[in-house]
Design a binder for this molecule. Sequence first.
Ligand code: DAH
Length: 350
Amino acid sequence: MKQLDNITITKIKKEFLSEFAKVSTLEQIEELRLKYFGRKGIIKSLFKQLSDLPLEKRKFLGEQLNTISKELSSMIEEKRTQLNLQVQQQTDIKLTKLYRSLPGVSFLCGNLHPLQKVLNEIIYVFVSLGYKVEYGPEIESEDYNFTKLNIPEDHPARDMQDTLYLELPSERNNKMLLRTHTSPVQIRVLLANKPPIKIIAPGRVYRHDNVDASHLFNFHQVEGLVVDKGIKLSDLKGTLNYFIKSIFGSETVARFRQSYFPFTEPSLEVDIKCISCKGSGCALCKNSGYLEVLGCGMVHPEVLNNVGYGYEEYTGFAFGLGVERIAMLKYGITDMRLFFSNDLRFLKQF
Ligand code: DAH
């Protein structure tokens, strides 16, 4: 074997440099490292050859070999770091692209119950018209729930079939019950205030009903009452027209239809053109083209009389609406039970 000399070392360095220049991947740099610095690598074998040389030459070439070895191995390490960085950057770019095309991480975010949302909207409409919000108790006396509202003793609504009576000690034969409507708040407000009166009363009401798609034994109403000098039917119509347009949209057409309630005279019901078929007739409106929204009327003189108001002096109007009903009409919900089923698939839509 040819003795190790200067020329061999320079030649090997040259070869290394030309191979190094072609390296472009981490695999290739590792291959190169093994080729030169592996256990059986070129540089190792050069070092081995040193021992066969005379001392002087060994010293000289040994130093040279050391320098080159350090130089080349640090080139390899530098290249490796650089290639690592490149790979990292490419992966980052790939990941960024991947994340961009993925759906975003959605956070579970609470929202108001649809009934609360609709109730808030209803309250907002009336408060912006200057109405005060009043609340009454859910446990009510038969006197306020029925008698003072001019609902006669033998009225079917008073029947045990419709009303949930409570076994509470009654004062002067005044039975206690779970209020069947928010109308008794009218009596409470009239007794506690002087006109002008302009209130709404939202709240929970109870009925002895079998639950189905349009009946619950426990639901929500909003009562309205305006009493002052010179209140007319046109005030009622103007107010409720405004209310209907605010809740269902400015293009909604309301219709006032004659009806009967013991505590109003005249009594009316308000319908809107069916939101589903726009009046042409469909299953939702039972082919009538209209949907019932609420009851209303001019406060019955007997009601004013029952709370000590002179009905020659004061007149008023009242209305009562079902919050579930308004929400069902507004969102096209066909089963009232959904509001209380606690089904997130339903609730998340609002
Ligand atoms: N209290 C009635 C009910 O529960 C609704 C109602 C109708 C209230 C007409 C009113 C009204 O104030 O004027 O069915």
